[in-house]
Design a protein around this ligand. Structure first.
Ligand SMILES: *Cc1c(COP(=O)(O)O)cnc(C)c1O
Length: 221
């Protein structure tokens, strides 16, 4: 596929589920991609990207942003607390608010820095040991705690288990978001973004379908 094909599929999926044209944000996941591929997508006019490591993003986005000042970068990967400051300074949106300790660190830094990007709370819908995120039954309490800390939580994010039907995870995330009055849903990747849109995704995170296979291939996250 390509940026144009993915965008066309998103438009079709929006129409199929009576969503407004352009209501789904496409995050082009540029992690581990060669800079030429990222530049090609920037030159096609796309401006919203996703990365999953602070250090990798620090190595390429300040320069891309000086050439494309309206480019926006979302953090999609797990974050160590000691990188929270760098993350708040670098990213325009954080999708991996995944534990109370990180919420506390962000709240303190937001006070100090006087700014805080919008955040998604990550939910471990499959209760997988190797995955970060809040357990579904703890989401209501976590969201309430984040709000009490004045964190700008705008929605929920999930990464369904690779070996399960994604639909039930998307449906669960949508239900949890609705119950907590959260309007945004970050869900859907290259293999299932049209399905995610049918379940209400507002942000889809698509990497390989836009850029081609990652080189070198990364272990699945
Ligand atoms: C890598 C990654 C993606 C994109 O994966 P593709 O299958 O290449 O579309 C989406 N979300 C997260 C959290 C990722 O780490």
């Amino acid at each position: 596929m390509s940026l144009i094909q993915v965008s066309a599929e998103i438009s079709l999926a929006e129409r199929a589920s009576d969503r407004a044209e352009g209501s789904v944000e496409l995050i082009a996941v540029s992690k581990v991609q060669p800079n030429e591929r990222v530049l090609a997508v920037l030159n096609q006019g796309h401006r919203v990207f996703g990365e999953n490591r602070v250090q990798e993003a620090e190595g390429k986005w300040p320069e891309f942003k000086s050439d494309f000042p309206d480019a926006r970068v979302h953090l999609l990967g797990p974050l160590q607390s000691n990188k929270a400051r760098a993350a708040l300074q670098l990213f325009d949106c954080i999708h991996t608010l995944d534990r109370p300790k990180l919420a506390t660190a962000f709240a303190r830094l937001a006070q100090e820095l006087g700014h805080c990007p919008p955040m998604f709370a990550q939910v471990n819908t499959g209760l997988e040991d190797q995955k970060a995120g809040i357990a579904p039954e703890a989401v209501d309490g976590f969201v309430a705690d984040c709000r009490a800390l004045d964190l700008p939580v705008v929605g929920l994010m999930c990464i369904p288990p690779v070996d399960e039907e994604a639909s039930m995870h998307f449906a669960l995330l949508a239900k949890l978001a609705k119950r907590n009055d959260l309007a945004q849903l970050s869900m859907g990747m290259s293999g299932d973004f049209t399905k995610a849109i049918a379940f209400g995704a507002t942000h889809v995170r698509v990497g390989s379908a836009i850029f081609g296979a990652r080189v070198p291939a990364t272990p699945s996250e």
